[in-house]
Design a protein around this ligand. Structure first.
Ligand code: ZN
Length: 352
């Protein structure tokens, strides 16, 4: 049996497997999916399948498969984004330049060195400069027999339509929570409570969950951001505006970080909404469920809904390059205060 070492993505895998068996693979593929959903893993699996020495490729065990897994196979090259994309640190957007593509083309013109096929994986293909994309297009228009290109992108609309049209498009959807939870637990030995939490926090992207399982920093950062949010909800306008200014300054350095914070906020308020409508079992931040249930009591449903809309609007405006400070200040103004239910809890305590 071929062993594709990837969680889920059964539709795409069976399509590729079928093409392999029929000898009808395309010369260029475009794998589209959110960050960390498994695009690189799938690309490496395809590279293994193309060069595997076993009867039913990919086996994952032969010398060729192992070399590819270790990044040491002479015929499998990755260009583009190579740094740890899961890192929480600021990361500059680096263009993929024409020189890298020319080098790749030269290498593609030589026969495979140790395997049957040359495989070029272009990670973050949306970062191709327009020169580089044009240069690549020529190669895609005149395919060579034993060369396969795999372009990995989060959004194919960021690529020239001419490039997209030369590739077979395969979409990798986010994975189901249950699939991630069981894979984390049984394949990676993540203890059940953590697997449960990460499977919810990762939004269907196993790669993120694996990074967070290996590096506590990501969970810690999330916790700090949520704590900050709770502080800000309780704070006066002066403090809220100071925070807006701080976020706006961060935005000019690294917009991704600020958008991540907004996503986290949205998730928090969405959890409050879920509790409000009796769907507590569907919340994302399960490690904070007690706090969420408590906070949900302090709001009316309409307040929560309105603020979720405000967060979405702010994210949209920031992506459209509106003035970040203005956008964030408006958001701070719209953030509803938790209604005082202190008397109630005191009563509850007295009767408890
Ligand atoms: Zn193999």
């Amino acid at each position: 049996m071929p062993k594709w070492q990837i969680v889920g993505q059964t539709r795409v895998v069976s399509l590729l497997q079928h093409s392999l068996e029929q000898g009808s693979l395309a010369h260029a593929y475009l794998f589209i999916g959110p960050p960390h959903v498994g695009k690189m893993t799938l690309a490496l699996n395809l590279a293994k399948a193309l060069n595997c020495e076993a009867a039913e490729p990919p086996c994952g065990e032969c010398a060729s498969c192992q070399k590819i897994a270790l990044g040491k196979h002479a015929d499998v090259q990755i260009i583009g984004v190579t740094q740890d994309v899961n890192s929480a640190e600021a990361r500059p957007r680096v263009e993929i330049g024409i020189d890298q593509i020319r080098e790749m083309q030269h290498s593609a013109s030589l026969p495979p060195f140790e395997g049957r096929h040359k495989v070029f994986i272009i990670n973050g293909a949306e970062l191709l400069s327009s020169e580089a994309a044009n240069c690549l297009l020529k190669t895609l228009e005149e395919p060579e027999g034993r060369v396969i290109f795999i372009l990995l992108v989060t959004n194919d609309r960021l690529l020239p339509a001419t490039v997209v049209s030369r590739c077979q498009r395969l979409e990798l959807p986010p994975l189901a929570i249950a699939d991630i939870e069981s894979a984390l637990n049984s394949d990676w030995g993540v203890e059940p409570p953590k697997a449960k939490l990460l499977s919810r926090l990762c939004h269907g992207c196993l790669g993120w969950a694996l990074s967070a399982a290996a590096d506590d920093g990501l969970l810690q950062q999330r916790r700090e951001r949520l704590d900050r949010l709770l502080d800000i909800i309780n704070a006066d306008y002066e403090e809220r505006f100071a925070y807006a200014t701080q976020l706006a300054a961060q935005f000019s350095q690294n917009r991704g970080l600020v958008l991540e914070v907004l996503d986290l906020w949205q998730e928090w308020w969405r959890d409050l909404l879920l509790v409000k409508v009796d769907l507590s079992e569907a919340i994302t931040n399960i490690d904070m469920s007690t706090t969420i249930v408590d906070w949900a009591r302090g709001y009316r449903l309409a307040q929560i809904k309105n603020f979720i809309n405000s967060i979405q609007a702010a994210g949209k405006q920031l992506r459209l390059n509106a003035n970040p400070r203005l956008v964030l200040e408006v958001l701070m103004l719209n953030m509803p205060r938790k209604e005082g239910r202190r008397e109630n809890s005191v009563t509850a305590l007295n009767y408890g």
